[in-house]
Write a protein that binds this ligand. Structure first.
Ligand SMILES: C[S@@+](CC[C@H](N)C(=O)[O-])C[C@H]1O[C@@H](n2cnc3c(N)ncnc32)[C@H](O)[C@@H]1O
Length: 273
């Protein structure tokens, strides 16, 4: 407990945040994603809760982040038909994509903001995985042919401006005929009253309907709030265009959760000048 509190204070100080003792004693731990994936890799229970800021709660688990290719959803499996190396996996988690692409003989690089995920990737043999943010990738090569954004990572930067900044960065480190495989749930494909009310509130505030504020709750720990932008085809296409890409095609289909829920992988290509 003591070492956790010390860790918390060091993280808080490094972020320039100041908390009262009361807030600190609430026992906040970060890097829940890292610990969820570690437990899942080790075969332990990795059930966790994603809470949205309107109180909506989704019970889920880390299992999907460690599944072999054969057990991925059909949409991401189909999207892998387009993959060419070298591959850059952004927000790579523990490199399930890396396991697949290296089995096909392709070169694999990954970046992630979770220190534990990066450490696990390296331990698992993926040496070219680095602790870096999706919108500030500094690597010693600029010849990537595929950038992968699976598990809703198209919207990983939250605000639309952040997504555009991220996509512009990819432009700099990829070859002319590169592609981005951009995964996102389409937020409009729902009949859930709570989602529809959230969309209406976002719309009224001038925000995209799929801009969601979330936090992870895992084994008694509550992580920081983070933003995710869920995009349908239109918004994906619009943001891509602003960053020098275009939406060439969409591979889409229902998720395993609900028949109405739709997950898309957009294939982005570079716009010719
Ligand atoms: C939902 S998980 C998906 C992992 C992996 N793409 C997959 O589909 O298995 C999201 C991952 O993105 C990472 N992440 C979140 N924000 C990021 C950012 N700004 N830059 C890089 N990685 C980020 C998290 O640490 C986490 O590992």
């Amino acid at each position: 407990m003591r070492s956790h509190l010390v860790t918390f204070f060091l993280i808080a100080l490094s972020r320039g945040n100041y908390f009262s003792i009361d807030e600190a004693s609430v026992f906040v731990m970060t890097d829940t994603f890292g610990r969820i994936m570690k437990d899942s890799l080790e075969g332990k229970d990795s059930s966790y809760i994603i809470e949205r800021d309107d109180g909506f709660i989704r019970h889920t688990s880390g299992e999907s982040y460690v599944k072999p290719y054969e057990e991925w959803n059909e949409i991401e499996r189909k999207a892998m038909k387009y993959v060419k190396g070298p591959v850059l996996d952004v927000g790579c988690g523990v490199a399930r994509v890396g396991d697949y692409v290296t089995s096909k003989g392709l070169e694999y690089y990954g970046v992630d903001l979770s220190p534990l995920a990066v450490e696990l990737c390296r331990k698992r043999g993926h040496k070219n995985v680095y602790l870096m943010s999706a919108d500030d990738i500094q690597l010693d090569r600029s010849d990537f042919k595929t950038v992968v954004l699976f598990g809703n990572n198209f919207g990983i930067m939250g605000q639309p401006e952040g997504v555009i900044r991220m996509l512009k960065g990819f432009h700099q480190i990829t070859v002319d005929d590169a592609i981005v495989l951009a995964g996102s749930l389409d937020p409009s494909k729902t009949d859930d009253e709570m989602h529809l009310a959230y969309h209406a509130k976002n719309r009224a505030e001038g925000k995209p309907i799929g801009l969601v504020k979330l936090r992870n709750k895992y084994k008694g720990d509550v992580d920081d709030w983070w933003y995710l932008l869920l995009c349908g085809k239109e918004l994906m296409s619009e943001l891509a265009k602003k960053a020098g890409w275009y939406l060439d095609r969409v591979i889409g289909g229902p998720t395993h959760r609900r028949p109405l829920e739709q997950y898309n992988v957009g294939v982005l290509k570079k716009k010719s000048e």
